[in-house]
Design a protein around this ligand. Sequence first.
Ligand code: PMP
Length: 357
Amino acid sequence: MSRYWSDVVHRLTPYVPGEQPRIEGLVKLNTNECPYGPSEAVLAAMAAQTGEALRLYPDPQSSALREAIAAHHGLKPAQVFVGNGSDEVLAHAFLALLKHEAPLLHPDISYSFYPVYAKLYGIQTRELPLAEDFGIRVDDYLAIAREGGAGGIIFPNPNAPTGMVLPRAEIRRLLEGVPDAPVVIDEAYVDFGGESAAALIDHYPQLLVTRTLSKSRALAGLRVGYALGDPALIEALIRVKDSFNSYPLDRVAVAGAVASMQDEAWFAATCARIVATRERLGAALADRGFQVLPSAANFVFARHPGHAGAALAAALREHKVLVRQFPRPTRIADFLRISVGTEAQTDVLLAALDRVL
Ligand code: PMP
């Protein structure tokens, strides 16, 4: 605390990201990174960015990357915004799109960054409880929006940390009923089996879809994310970006990200591999007595009726396996969020569980 701090800093409760330990030999299943390295094409494209390329500032519009992303989704570059990870894209979206008169609606169990950004930008939030089965109840959002109580809506799909999908038909129903407030669908995990709302962008000017190259493209360390939406929404994000950091993406990141968006074969094979391991992991956990939520992401969310979540996470750590446990809300405190690793990492996790349970 310091008397020189602004009121904003006094109000903040910063987000605490998952641990990035420097301990060798840990099986790291706590932050949903891809367990496989990025494609060779990505590494080659980044290695080529030397000398002259680094002397010059990057393209402030990241045009090459916006074009590659647009081509991948069958959209126009004017419908694409890029930033330093989807966290930064989300931060810009909060500043650019959300109104201050009505609260931002989000599920009580979702990405804990949303309330942090909201507080930073002075935006009120309203948490809506998930259903008993951990699904998102669209009717709750529609009812509040109908009364003018929604300054915006945001949730991940698949949701995090549950991994559960809201079907596209439900998203369409939400968009039909909420024409006047921005609806942000955070698709960080969509490539592992979710139902993307990207195809709805041409029909709903209030829809913003955010994506990341951190998970399904194995580039969490490069920090590249993007948003898809109506050109007017994208224009608002660009205005914020230009006022904040007009060169968000460096040349190495753009070169790597372009190569990644163009390497469909690596992408398809890697997602399929992770999905296959996720199914094996889910079944193996169920065999050991866990309740496992149906996951369409690169992690599973599971609890064991005989073990408290915090104690189980600590016991796994003793066996050099790192998983994530969230103390709040208390309804999920006994769940572990376990990232899908390699087959060999999954073997280590299961062997550790067999000793601990
Ligand atoms: N959204 C969700 C739901 C996430 O879990 C994450 C990763 N922590 C992000 C967004 C941000 O990912 P990144 O900034 O690496 O793109």
